[in-house]
Design a binder for this molecule. Structure first.
Ligand code: ADP
Ligand code: MG
Length: 490
C-alpha cells in the first residue's frame, strides 16, 4: 500500500491509493480473454449511450476514465483513479450506468468502484491517470480561478484567544474537528480585521491535516460570484453546480458581498441548501449579522440564521496586548539585535483600537523603521513613526457621542438615555444606543453598562440582542440603525 497526498496541486484533500498487482500477467486462458472482450464490447456500447445521458463534459471527466474490470454475478466493477473519483461517480452516475447496462442486455444489481493502479508500471491504467488529470484540472480550476489560497500563518496556533473572540474561536475549533455536523451553518461576523478570515483559514488548515479525506473549499463570496458568472458565460452551469455540491466543507468569506446580486444569491441559496441537505458543513463570514445585511433575500437570511451565529467583538485591551506579544516574538526572531523599551506594547494596545490589522501593521512598521535607522524602539520612535495611525485613532467615537446622536434622532432627552425610565419610547432608543456602543466602540459590556447609568452588563447584552432581533424583523428599525451608524462614522 502506497499513500499519495491526493492529486498534486490540490491542497485540500488526500487519497490513499491501493496499488493493485498487474492483472495482465500470468497465463489467462482463452476463455478468460473472450469474456473480457465481451465485457469491453458491452461497456463500449454503454459508454456511447451514457454520453447522451450525462452530457459531453461529465462524460469526459467522469465516465471515460472508468475501466470496467469485470461484469459478473450481478456486479459491474470499475477501476477508478482515486477514492474521491469513485465516490463521486457512485453518487452521481451509478444509476445511469446501471440503467444503460440493463438496456444493453447486461443488467446488474450493483456498481462498485475500486481504486486501481495509477502508475507507470501499469500501462492498462493510463487512461484513468489521464482522467484523474482532467478532473484535477477542473477541481484545481475551482481552487485557482477562485484564488482560494490559504494564508500559511492563519492557523489556530497563531490565533490569540481573548474574551472578544473566544466564542468564535471555540466554534471554529469545533468545526475543525471534522466530526458530525452540529450546527449549520457556522456564521461568523464582525468588523474588519477582527480575525474572521484568519479563523476560516485555520479551519481549512486543521482539516487538511486531520481529515484529508474531506474536500474543503474556501473562497470569498466575490470569488463565488466570479465562478458563477464564468460558468454562465461558458454554459457550464451544471459543472459548476456539481463541483460545488461535491464539497464536504464549504467556507464562503464576506458573504455580504452577494447582497443585491440576485442571480448569484439565488445560486448560492441552492448550493447552500443542497449541502445542508447532505449534512455538509458550511461556514460563512460577513461583516455584520445576517439580519443586518441589506438586500439579502429573506429566505437566505433566515437560513443563515438557522445555524450558529457568532460575532467577533471589537478587541479589548488584553486581547490587543496578547496579539502584540505574540507578534513581538515573531519579529524579535526576524530582526535580531533590535531592542524595545518597556511600555511600548502597552502604549500601542491602549492607543490603537481600530482593528488587529492596523495593530499588526503598526508593529511591523516600527520594526522596519527601527532596523533602518538603527534605533531602539521606544515611545519617541513610536510617535515619530506612527503619528498618522495615532492621529486617526484619536478620533475615537465615544459612548457619549452615540447617546447624544441617538437621543437627537429619536427626540428623547439625553438624560433619559442613562435614566431609569422603562417606557418603550425611551427604552428602545436606549437599546439602540447600547447596540451602537457595542458595535462601534471597543468598550466592553461592563464599561458600556457603567456609561448607561451603572447598568449591569447583562442588561446591555439583552439590549444589544433585542436590537439585533428587531432589526431582522423590522426594516424601519434596521434603516434607522444604519442611518445612525453612518452619521456617527462621518
Ligand atoms: P477579517 O477577515 O475579520 O477582516 P482577518 O482574519 O483578515 O480579519 O484578520 C486581520 C489580521 O489580524 C490578520 O493578519 C490576522 O492574522 C490578524 N488577527 C486577527 N485576529 C487575531 C487574533 N485573535 N490573533 C492573532 N492575529 C489576529
Ligand atoms: Mg476577511
Amino acid at each position: 500500500m502506497r499513500c499519495r497526498q491526493g492529486w498534486p496541486g490540490n491542497r485540500v484533500y488526500g487519497v490513499c491509493v491501493r496499488n493493485k498487482p498487474d492483472r495482465e500477467t500470468g497465463g489467462d486462458g482463452h476463455k478468460n480473454n473472450r469474456s473480457k472482450r465481451m465485457t469491453n464490447e458491452t461497456w463500449g456500447q454503454v459508454r456511447e449511450e451514457l454520453i447522451k445521458r450525462v452530457g459531453k463534459n461529465n462524460y469526459t471527466t467522469w465516465i471515460e476514465p472508468l475501466r470496467l474490470s469485470h461484469l459478473k454475478n450481478g456486479v459491474a466493477s470499475f477501476e477508478v483513479p482515486t477514492t474521491f473519483f469513485g465516490d463521486w461517480v457512485s453518487r452521481n452516475f451509478a444509476d445511469h450506468i446501471r440503467g444503460e447496462l440493463a438496456v444493453a442486455g447486461s443488467p446488474v444489481e450493483r456498481v462498485e468502484f475500486t481504486v486501481g493502479a495509477v502508475s507507470d508500471r501499469a500501462p492498462a491504467a493510463r487512461p484513468a491517470a489521464r482522467a484523474a488529470k482532467t478532473a484535477r484540472a477542473r477541481l484545481d480550476g475551482v481552487d485557482e480561478v477562485t484564488g482560494a489560497q490559504l494564508e500559511q500563518r492563519f492557523t489556530f496556533d497563531n490565533f490569540v484567544v481573548g474574551k472578544p473572540n473566544e466564542l468564535a474561536h471555540a466554534a471554529a475549533r469545533r468545526v475543525a474537528e471534522g466530526g458530525p455536523v452540529t450546527f449549520n451553518p457556522l456564521f461568523l461576523y464582525g468588523g474588519v480585521g477582527l480575525g474572521k478570515t484568519h479563523l476560516m483559514h485555520a479551519i481549512a488548515h486543521e482539516l487538511k491535516f486531520s481529515r484529508p479525506d474531506l474536500h474543503v473549499l474556501y473562497l470569498s463570496a466575490e470569488q463565488f460570484m466570479y465562478r458563477f458568472v464564468q460558468a454562465l458565460r461558458d454554459r457550464q452551469i451544471m459543472d459548476f453546480k456539481e463541483l460545488f455540491r461535491s464539497v464536504d466543507v464549504l467556507m464562503v468569506d464576506d458573504v455580504q458581498f452577494i447582497a443585491g446580486k440576485d442571480s448569484t444569491q439565488e445560486e448560492f441559496f441552492h448550493t447552500f441548501n443542497a449541502l445542508v441537505d447532505q449534512n455538509k458543513q458550511i461556514v460563512i463570514s460577513a461583516d455584520r449579522a445576517p439580519g443586518e445585511i441589506k438586500d439579502l433575500e429573506e429566505r437566505i437570511r433566515s437560513r443563515l440564521q438557522c445555524g450558529l451565529v457568532v460575532d467577533l467583538h471589537p478587541t479589548d485591551y488584553e486581547l490587543r496586548l496578547g496579539i502584540l506579544q505574540a507578534k513581538l516574538e515573531h519579529y524579535s526572531n526576524q530582526y535580531r539585535g533590535l531592542t524595545m523599551a518597556p511600555g511600548v506594547l502597552e502604549f500601542l494596545a491602549h492607543r490603537i483600537t481600530t482593528n488587529v490589522r492596523v495593530l499588526e501593521g503598526a508593529l511591523m512598521r516600527l520594526f522596519a523603521f527601527a532596523s533602518l535607522v538603527g534605533r531602539e524602539i521606544n515611545l519617541d520612535l513610536v510617535q515619530e513613526c506612527l503619528s498618522d495611525i495615532l492621529r486617526s485613532s484619536e478620533k475615537r467615537l465615544t459612548i457619549e457621542e452615540i447617546q447624544r446622536k441617538v437621543a437627537e434622532h429619536y427626540n428623547v432627552r439625553l438624560s433619559d438615555m442613562i435614566g431609569p425610565k422603562r417606557l418603550r419610547t425611551i427604552a428602545r432608543p436606549r437599546q439602540v444606543a447600547m447596540y451602537l456602543s457595542k458595535q462601534m466602540t471597543s468598550r466592553s459590556l461592563p464599561e458600556i453598562g457603567r456609561r448607561f447609568g451603572g447598568r449591569d452588563h447583562t442588561t446591555i447584552m439583552h439590549g444589544v440582542r433585542k436590537i439585533e432581533e428587531l432589526m431582522a424583523a423590522d426594516g424601519q428599525l434596521a434603516d434607522d440603525v444604519q442611518l445612525l451608524k453612518r452619521l456617527l462614522q462621518s
